[in-house]
Design a protein around this ligand. Structure first.
Ligand code: PMP
Length: 289
């Protein structure tokens, strides 16, 4: 059988992704007035399944509510599953986006059309991939009392600035710290450290409450608390985690190099088993496609 022409879900129907367009007065394009998710599906013994879909939908609902957008998690859930089926994906990255469309150039969202799309792309299986080198960002993370840590489109300019700066300095990724020297998160991933075999999850009010972070805390019983950059430098291992990044060992933070990351590698392998439904007790986190 031929691979299907890539389909996307747009406002209630599946169509060829190449046939879809958005207009030039799209409010979200001018002002970032949208909310998105990054979700993954994995091949399991019983076919493709989406990992922690309700939790991703709930976070998206919160962002949509903040923007005053009508958003129905049940509709978005069906859209995700329909798109995965249409594209016959097994291991896939899933991108739902809800946004304000055409209308006037004013800031008011009222009077603008509202849209929902879902696109999916096949993902490669990569376990224990390249270890990232993090540069400490001179940009601060969006403070939560200015912009809540949700997946609001415009908020990601902050991540883009930090990522550009770190890349220009020869690093792979940026690490945000606050003005008091506390670790916040990376541009699209949360941060953990390992010291003397104990796993600690970085907590910060400006950081996105990551679903992968929550998963790893549940799996390891890691303590979640505030961590200074000094404590991070003193750690035996550091790793980043996110839906796309999964469990990603950190090779260095600025000039501080870490060792072989054995605990991180073990956790990455455990995470890989859980998302593929190989762990009986965590099957409830999977939604069959
Ligand atoms: N922080 C930021 C800023 C992110 O964009 C992401 C990716 N969604 C994460 C952390 C990790 O969150 P999750 O584990 O839910 O993907």
């Amino acid at each position: 059988a031929h691979a299907p022409r890539p389909q996307a879900w747009f406002d209630g129907a599946l169509c060829d992704i190449d046939a879809l367009q958005a207009g030039l007065t799209t409010h979200a394009m001018h002002y970032g007035s949208g909310v998105f998710e990054g979700i993954r599906a994995y091949a399991t013994a019983d076919g493709a399944a989406v990992f922690r879909l309700p939790e991703h939908m709930e976070r998206m609902r919160q962002g949509a509510a903040l923007l005053g957008m009508a958003f129905d998690p049940a509709v978005a859930t069906e859209a995700v599953l329909a798109t995965l089926r249409a594209n016959r994906h097994r291991d896939a990255y899933i991108r739902p986006l809800a946004w304000f469309g055409e209308g006037g150039f004013g800031l008011d969202v009222e009077g603008h059309t509202e849209h929902l799309m879902v696109a999916t792309t096949a993902t490669q299986v990569h376990l224990n991939g390249a270890r990232a080198r993090l540069g400490i960002s001179t940009w601060r993370r969006n403070p939560a009392d200015s912009l809540p840590p949700l997946k609001l489109c415009g908020a990601y300019i902050n991540s883009i600035l930090a990522k550009r700066e770190s890349k220009a300095r020869g690093f792979d990724e940026a690490l945000f710290t606050d003005a008091d020297g506390f670790v916040v998160e990376c541009t699209g991933a949360n941060v953990f450290l390992v010291k003397s075999g104990r796993v600690t999850s970085v907590t910060h009010r400006d950081a996105l409450p990551g679903i992968t972070r929550d998963t790893l805390i549940a799996l390891t019983g890691a303590e979640a608390r505030a961590v200074t950059i000094a404590e991070l430098r003193d750690a035996d291992e550091v790793f980043a985690c996110g839906t796309a990044a999964e469990v990603a060992p950190v090779h260095a933070v600025e000039d501080r190099r870490y060792g072989d990351n054995p605990v991180t590698r073990e956790l990455a392998a455990l995470y890989a088993r859980v998302v593929r439904g190989e762990s009986e007790t965590q099957r409830g986190w999977l939604t069959a496609v």
